[in-house]
Design a protein around this ligand. Structure first.
Ligand code: AMP
Length: 407
């Protein structure tokens, strides 16, 4: 079975084609700057060969048509026709309270996803564009939606409610939804497979540190709290987002700077976080370099704030779970920055963590345990693989649908 996984952002389309027989990926890539000047598609073949195609990609439909053309091209592709693809799995960012697992996309599902555009205006519209493009280009192909919010639907009400008038929850669905659910699900499950322990008896803190960053408290296999909220702005400090912030700051800035909603939204989505604090970059590699090679004080301050916030959440999540058994790092920073992992875990010996500095040093993008063998709490690095979860869920749902329709 061949599954195409699509992750459509506002100006990018990531894709991976899976051969499910052996979970291999004959081709993957990304269309970038969709709808902007200088758009292009980058692909990587199974043999590691990378190719870049320049071309005007005015919208998602054109981008996906371009990608499908490459996949089926004689020179660079791996399929002779599009009908060889059995199904398409989409990352959909917000499934609201309705979707606690992945679903086959029907007209009803699509209109529900459309309804959630209101609460996820930066993400759901792009996801829908991808779904509609596939409908037009490969009519009749089954499509599955895998929601970023689904894994966190097990949060209890006292964890997901905000202390604002209850009527606003009823009227607009204002509550914590949490995001990166597919990643938190995958890394918690994979960590237990590596450790050969039953996930149903573990207290796990998953730490996904990428350009966007979030953590989850996963007790007995279920997410019971997570740091992102109604939108992906809450929680940890991120590349360009502030994470937790006194709500009073927003109205104060709007008043003093005389800016409106749209400028405020840009400020908290694109100009804050590590970029805002350091003034250097949103990219952790550049910030670490600025702090250590150039002795940049603001870069140093940014790093201290970043690590401190993650450490604070570890304490909070250990406390709500009555302790912690496993801490898992993932995401571009969690997988590749030994400095961040070490700074975050330092001083946590009281929780039962014995950090192994030797194993952590230089470790990048590899599954590993980075605590000592005696450490009561296992600290791990598990590179995340959201695309694989999407492909597996898509295959499962397609098979289930076929079974029920043949009954
Ligand atoms: P992601 O959004 O998961 O792709 O993660 C992107 C983030 O990972 C960026 O801030 C990168 O700077 C960071 N990153 C990638 N490689 C490294 C590295 N070797 N050291 C520190 N940060 C890294």
């Amino acid at each position: 079975m061949k599954i195409l996984v699509l992750n459509c952002g506002s100006s990018s389309i990531k894709f991976q084609l899976f051969e499910m027989k052996d979970k291999s990926i004959p081709i993957k890539g990304i269309a970038e700057k969709v709808g902007l000047k200088g758009s292009f598609v980058r692909i990587e073949k199974a043999n590691g060969e990378k190719i870049r195609f320049e071309g005007e990609i005015i919208d998602h439909l054109v981008g996906i048509e371009y990608i499908l053309g490459i996949i089926t091209s004689k020179k660079h592709g791996c399929l002779s026709k599009l009908t060889e693809i059995n199904a398409v799995g989409h990352r959909v960012v917000n499934g609201g309270e309705l979707f606690s697992s992945s679903v086959l996309i029907t007209d009803e599902v699509q209109s529900e996803v459309e309804r959630f555009c209101d609460i996820a205006p930066l993400h759901n519209p792009a996801n829908l564009k991808g779904i509609n493009a596939i409908k037009m280009l490969v009519p009749g192909i089954p499509q599955v939606a895998v929601f970023d919010t689904a894994f966190h639907q097990t949060l209890p009400p006292y964890a997901y409610m905000y202390a604002i008038p209850y009527s606003l929850y009823k009227k607009y669905g204002i509550r914590k939804y949490g995001f990166h659910g597919t990643s938190h699900y995958y890394i918690s499950k994979r960590a237990c497979e590596i450790l050969k322990v039953d996930i149903k008896a573990q207290r796990i803190i998953t730490v996904h540190l990428g350009n966007g960053a979030s953590m989850a408290a996963v007790k007995d296999g279920k997410s019971i709290d997570t740091s992102m909220g109604f939108t992906p702005l809450e929680g940890l400090i991120m590349g360009t987002r502030p994470g937790d912030l006194d709500a009073g700051v927003l109205s104060f800035i709007m008043d003093k700077e005389e800016i409106g909603l749209s400028a405020m939204s840009t400020l908290v989505n694109k100009q804050s976080g590590m970029l805002g604090i350091t003034g250097v970059s949103s990219d952790m590699r550049e910030i670490e370099d600025a702090a250590h090679k150039n002795h940049n004080d603001r870069a140093m301050l940014g790093l201290d704030m970043y690590h401190y916030r993650v450490k604070k959440y570890i304490g909070a999540y250990a406390s709500i779970m009555g302790g912690v058994d496993v801490i898992v790092f993932a995401g571009g920073i969690g997988e590749n920055s030994p400095e961040s992992r070490e700074a975050i875990c330092s001083g946590l010996e009281f929780l039962g963590i014995e950090f192994d500095h030797g194993k952590n040093k230089g470790l990048r993008s590899k599954e590993a345990v980075i605590s000592t063998p005696q450490s009561r709490v296992k600290v791990m690095v598990v590179p995340t693989n959201e695309e694989l979860v999407i492909a597996e869920d898509t295959m499962r749902i397609i098979k289930e649908t076929k079974k029920t329709s043949s009954k």
